[in-house]
Design a protein around this ligand. Structure first.
Ligand SMILES: Cc1cc2nc3c(=O)[nH]c(=O)nc-3n(C[C@H](O)[C@H](O)[C@H](O)COP(=O)(O)OP(=O)(O)OC[C@H]3O[C@@H](n4cnc5c(N)ncnc54)[C@H](O)[C@@H]3O)c2cc1C
Length: 453
């Protein structure tokens, strides 16, 4: 008999699972049905800031695989259809379509929950005024870009200085808009240590972007036509004609929780390494799940496309009889604001101490290329190591072009539990256009090696 795989959520986690399962099992063996409440599948939310900024012209460029392409591969994609309930004992979900379709009850043999995350949207006066934008799905990107293009050159406020806030601040700055970023924490990019966050703050201000830290938004004031005209923060009303919210996200676990699945301490759906949730034949992938942090050994919810794709692949393999594992995360992330690149991996100082480590740190300044080679730019690398064992626990990088992706060397080392002594021996590539003869990451771990002794 043909088994039936039902997928809830049509983006990275869900459609990677669906596509992988489809590749591994014939239509006679497995029917694959994917429900997506929006109108796109397999899209890159990561590209939205670049669409808003005009670096990418067409929204279609951000669609890796359209519903039609998935259907041509044998996946029954149901757009504009929201799953509103799951009965795990009965093996059914209830889906509500748009228009005449109404509600249907759909049988499943295996179920994949890939509902993503919900953006934080505080219940503040005026937050629903026209001109206040959240940014999560492609439709949000289209709306924001249209608003940017029709509101002239007035000032904008970005609320939140995490990576989404910074990338959107860049987009709006590049479009010539005066930008103010308001952040409740004491620095931008709160996953960095304060000394590295201060470098990012300097970079932002150096671009002519106003950065207000330690200040909470209290309200959004609307003008005569109802459109936002100011953001009230602390003792200021910051005039603007457009606001973008970048306040982070929380795992969307409403359906999973209501169905009785276990939700972990970080707030995501709890799974094992096979991405199996706490009921037989129920799997989960992407921003809605929590994962194992390989350094802190604690569960974390880190909403990144890179994890969603890997987890979806694991689900697609396992649901078709394979034996794949998701190995966890080390908290690697990169971003940029204009020419300034920011990267982090592993644990920062605070996280490392909270995880029980006695730490040593080392920070160095270098250049991205040989100092005499044109384009050599400043780079600061900070590493956090375990004092007793010398194991590398974390790293942060702030610099210009060529800086951020150096984090991958350190992420690989952390993944493999290497010590700073071992890392300084690594045979990394060198030629003047790419790095100084001692790559900055090697200089940083060499310094750390003297600190841990
Ligand atoms: C502006 C921005 C920039 C980003 N940049 C990066 C980056 O540079 N690098 C990176 O790694 N990550 C980045 N991310 C994060 C990345 O986009 C997400 O981690 C990734 O999309 C998660 O995939 P997902 O499938 O888990 O969830 P989502 O992409 O949120 O997809 C979930 C889907 O499920 C649908 N859905 C939810 N509930 C239901 C339901 N009940 N019924 C039917 N459908 C439902 C939703 O409509 C949605 O399409 C960025 C995100 C944003 C918003």
């Amino acid at each position: 008999m043909t088994r039936r795989l039902v997928v809830v959520g049509g983006d990275a986690g869900g459609m990677t699972a669906a596509a992988q399962a489809r590749r591994r099992a014939s239509s006679d063996e497995l029917e694959v049905v994917a429900f997506e409440r929006g109108r796109y599948t397999s899209y890159s939310a990561c590209g939205i800031p670049y669409f808003v900024g005009g670096v990418v012209d067409e929204i279609d460029a951000l669609i890796a695989r359209s519903p039609e392409e998935h259907r041509a591969d044998g996946i029954d994609v149901r757009l504009h259809t929201e799953v509103i309930g799951m009965d795990l004992a009965a093996g059914t979900v209830t889906a509500r379509g748009r228009g005449a379709g109404g509600e249907t009850v759909e049988r499943f043999d295996d179920l994949v929950i890939a509902t993503g995350a919900t953006p934080v949207r505080p219940d503040l006066p005026g937050i629903d005024a026209p001109g206040v934008h959240g940014v999560q799905h492609l439709g949000d990107g289209i709306d924001l870009r249209a608003d940017v293009e029709t509101t002239g050159d007035g000032p904008v406020v970005v609320v939140g200085a995490g990576y989404v806030g910074l990338e959107l601040a860049e987009a709006l700055h590049d479009r010539g808009r005066p930008v103010t970023i308001v952040e409740s924490g004491s620095q931008p990019m709160d996953s960095l240590d304060p000394d590295m966050g201060a470098l990012v703050a300097d970079a932002i201000r150096g671009l002519g972007i106003e950065l207000i830290t330690g200040t909470r938004i209290e309200a959004f004031e609307a003008g005569a036509g109802g459109r936002v005209r100011a953001v009230v923060a602390g003792d200021r009303a910051i005039a603007c004609d457009l606001v973008v919210l970048g306040l982070g996200v929380e795992p969307d676990v409403t359906l999973a929780r209501d169905a009785g699945l276990r939700i972990g301490p970080s707030g995501g759906v709890a799974t094992d390494a096979s991405m199996s949730a706490s009921a037989p034949h129920v799997w989960a992938a992407g921003d809605c799940v929590e994962c194992h942090h390989r350094v802190s050994n604690r569960p974390v919810a880190i909403a990144l496309g890179t994890h969603a794709n890997k987890q979806g692949r694991v689900v697609g393999i396992n649901v078709t009889g394979g034996d794949a594992r998701f190995g966890g995360v080390v908290g690697t992330a990169v971003t940029k604001i204009c020419a300034h690149e920011v990267a982090r991996t592993g644990l920062n100082e605070k996280e490392a101490r909270a995880a029980g480590f006695d730490i040593a740190t080392a920070t160095i300044e270098s250049t991205t290329r040989a100092s005499y080679y044109p384009g050599a730019a400043p780079i600061t690398v900070k590493v956090v190591a375990d004092r007793g064992s010398g194991r590398l626990l974390g790293a942060q990088i702030v610099g210009r072009e060529g800086a951020a992706k150096r984090i991958d060397v350190l992420a690989t080392a952390i993944w493999n539990e290497m010590t700073v002594d071992e890392i300084q021996q690594l045979d990394l590539g060198y030629a003047p256009p790419f790095s100084p003869v001692w790559d900055p990451v090697l200089v940083a771990v060499r310094k750390a090696a003297t600190e841990v002794r």
